[in-house]
Design a protein around this ligand. Structure first.
Ligand SMILES: [Mg+2]
Length: 411
């Protein structure tokens, strides 16, 4: 009885066979990452697009990628277990709606419910067993991780398991339901179900993915450590006035419509846009940092201001009005967009190495021409076409600095 549960379960201490005197009428299958659990994803703000691609599928991290390197999930589990109150823990790290569904599947004696994940058993098995036990996630008949050599990918592995379960319970089976956050997987499950015989009901239910980032500094530190000094490097440091996400969004929507939707979002500057106050890779002079931070108060503590600047404290807020839009290098499928801004409060102390406050953005694909940015902020790009806006657009910024991690020289 229940041979397939025994065969595919990866965590001996979490195997719970259904009672003998019941027929299995339903099979409920729950994906783990971002369906049940708010697993961390790489925080896109920290990486160039080529690096992000590698994090998701390459071998930069000591031969592994984000999903096969256990350290990230382990870190997240540690944080989750550190919360003592079970309901607060669930609130912060689990998708309660799906957890509740899984609990009721488990309570129903005619339902076999499993946690089924593409995480590799040899790398994650003991971590899952230990963690799920500790936080009382013991409401599955089996916890199945991808066994070595079964299928070339997550989908092939998962359908192999599903086939065996269906074969075993076919005589009494009335329903099979799979919950997954990835639409591509949901569609593949649907295609798989379509090919199956039998009269039982079958459903692949899409779940809105949920995740929880790791601590920013921690994440960068781990990536740097795993990739090693040759694998990874920082892009040149940008210093200046950084638009907050709402202002960034507003400005981009305006630009998108301004060009009558001719230019794909990907071609427009991506988060974060900013007003450079000094050259790429440089840092503003310390006394200027203190004067900007304190709005030119004579008794400002320079060290304190500097420390706040270094630690990316977003407290130093400055509002600008965007008054002109400029562009150059316009060909089909390519454009460089900049903006001219003016401080809203003329009496606010500001500093810039450049004559104008120019809003610029870098691109994720790292194809930025750094010398173009320099020419534009210095007013030395003759092909720039500036257009005065009919109504200024207010943007909120904070004074700070920023860099992304990028693939290193060796790649
Ligand atoms: Mg998932």
């Amino acid at each position: 009885m229940h041979k397939s549960l025994q065969r595919w379960n990866s965590c001996p201490q979490l195997l719970t066979l259904p009672p003998h005197d019941f027929h299995v009428k339903r099979i409920h299958v729950y994906d783990f990452d971002n369906t049940l659990y708010l697993s961390p994803q790489p925080n896109r703000q920290f990486y160039t697009r080529p690096l992000l691609g590698t994090l998701y599928g390459g071998d930069l991290l000591n031969g592994r990628d984000w999903w096969s390197e256990p350290l990230f999930l382990e870190k997240s589990f540690d944080q989750m277990l550190a919360i003592e109150d079970p309901s607060a823990r669930e609130q912060e790290f689990w998708n309660k709606e799906i957890v509740d569904l899984a609990k009721s599947s488990f309570e129903d004696k005619e339902t076999v419910s499993i946690l089924l994940t593409g995480r590799k058993e040899e790398l994650f098995g003991p971590l899952f067993e230990k963690t799920l036990k500790k936080c009382n996630v013991t409401f599955f008949n089996a916890v199945c991780l991808k066994k070595p050599g079964v299928g070339n990918n997550t989908m092939e592995y998962k359908t192999t398991v599903l086939k065996e379960l269906i074969d075993e319970y076919e005589g009494t089976l009335e329903e099979i339901t799979v919950y997954d956050d990835r639409l591509s997987q949901v569609q593949k499950f649907q295609a798989f179900f379509g090919q199956l015989g039998g009269t039982f009901q079958r459903m692949a239910v899409p779940v809105v993915p949920r995740y929880k980032f790791l601590d920013n500094e921690e994440e960068c530190r781990m990536i740097l450590e795993l990739a090693g000094p040759d694998g990874i490097r920082w892009t040149p440091r940008q210093s200046g006035y950084f638009l907050n996400t709402q202002s960034h969004k507003n400005l981009l929507s305006f630009t998108f419509n301004f060009f009558q939707k001719k230019y794909n979002w990907n071609l427009l500057p991506e988060y974060p846009m900013y007003i450079p106050c000094c050259h790429l890779g440089e840092t503003p002079p310390v006394d200027q940092i203190a004067r900007i931070w304190s709005n030119d108060q004579a008794n400002a503590d320079i060290q304190e201001c500097l420390q706040k600047f270094q630690s990316q404290d977003p407290f130093c807020e400055i509002t600008f009005n965007v008054v002109e839009l400029g562009h150059c290098g316009r060909t089909p499928g390519k454009i460089n967009v900049f903006f001219k801004a003016e401080p809203c409060d003329k009496s606010r102390y500001l500093w810039s190495q450049f004559k104008n406050f120019i809003v610029a953005g870098r691109r994720y694909d790292s194809t930025d021409d750094n010398s173009l940015l320099q020419r534009v902020v210095e007013g030395k790009q003759p092909s720039m076409q500036w257009i005065k806006l009919r109504r200024p657009i207010k943007i909120k910024t904070f004074f700070g600095h920023y860099a992304r991690l990028d693939k290193g020289a060796k790649l």
